[in-house]
Design a protein around this ligand. Structure first.
Ligand code: AMP
Ligand code: MN
Ligand code: MN
Ligand code: MN
Length: 287
């Protein structure tokens, strides 16, 4: 079986490893086809593509776009995108601009709770100063001894109702899917089980996404408990969407490692069906 992992992060967003080291880790873990999907930034794709070619694994250029839908943050993964497409590039730049304002406000909010210097601290943890996110704040809070680990940082801070959480309006679902499609890519709903939606809202999201030209949902992801795989595989099928697999790897020791999740349920229609990237894999396996 081919090991295909279509969701992970480098230090261009909130991962810890540089893009080439993410590719090296994927290769060591036996991944045959890898997509790098940094939040709101495509700056790591060129380095990752070169590293993948050197390592002999297939590479898929990707991105994970932050969206606000029905009052909640939803993540849309773009796969097989053209990172140089002007609509996509301009859209992602506008999201990064909003991130910086938000990061300063998060720092101000933490200061009101007596935690000073968080904005500067988070920036120190971000290799890409345009892409400061909650994970960078979380790692700084751990390093400062405010919490024991990143998980606790999100439990006590940085989430709705806790210090450091700032309401933020990301881009629209329509924009995100539109930019991905304009650049020739395929749009996939990331970790659909993670959002605070009831069944009715989940169905509305799948319907709206499909109507906009979205094509897939993540079924097997590090954010889903294995008991949820069947539910999302069934919903994907019911709503005419394909299924994706990705660990959402961020850093060694944080969450699931690249390429280490189970396969998709056998009855899923995978997003990678018919991709030319798989041909090169098969010819290499034969050679
Ligand atoms: P942001 O885009 O800045 O709001 O940050 C979102 C990122 O925070 C996600 O992509 C995850 O990497 C991380 N994250 C969100 N919630 C949690 C959590 N409960 N535990 C650990 N990491 C989380
Ligand atoms: Mn992240
Ligand atoms: Mn996500
Ligand atoms: Mn992610």
């Amino acid at each position: 079986m081919l090991n295909i992992d279509l969701h992970c992060h480098s230090n261009v967003s909130d991962g810890m490893l540089p893009p080439a080291e993410v590719v090296a880790r994927a290769t060591a873990n036996g991944v045959h086809v890898l997509a790098l999907t940094d939040h709101d930034d495509v700056g790591g794709l060129a380095e990752a593509a070169v590293a993948a070619a050197d390592a002999g694994i297939a590479f898929v250029p990707g991105v994970e776009i932050s969206v606000t839908w029905s009052g909640q943050t939803v993540h849309i993964v773009g796969l097989r995108i053209d990172p140089s497409h002007p609509d996509l590039a301009a859209g992602l730049q506008s999201i990064r601009n909003g991130r910086m304002t938000r990061a300063r406000r998060m720092g101000e909010d933490l200061a009101r709770s007596g935690i000073v210097g968080a904005y500067e601290g988070a920036c120190d943890y971000a290799a890409n100063k345009q892409m400061v996110g909650r994970t960078h704040f979380a790692r700084w809070l751990v390093a400062q001894g405010h919490v024991a680990d990143v998980r606790s940082a999100f439990r006590r801070y940085l989430t709705r109702g806790h210090p450091g959480y700032v309401e933020h309006e990301w881009t629209t679902l329509e924009n995100a899917v539109g930019w991905i499609r304009a650049s020739g890519g395929m749009a996939v709903i990331a970790h659909p089980g993670r959002y605070a939606f009831d069944a009715r809202q989940q169905h509305l999201l799948l319907d709206a996404f499909r109507a906009l030209g979205g094509e897939g949902v993540e079924v097997v992801t590090g954010s889903h408990h294995p008991s949820e795989y069947g539910k999302w595989a069934d919903l994907a099928r019911a709503f005419g969407l394909k299924a994706s697999r990705g660990a959402d790897f961020h850093a060694p020791g944080e969450g699931i490692d690249i390429g280490r999740l189970p396969a998709l349920p056998h009855y899923c229609q995978p997003v990678w069906q018919g991709w030319p990237e798989l041909d090169s894999c098969f010819s290499q396996n034969v050679a």
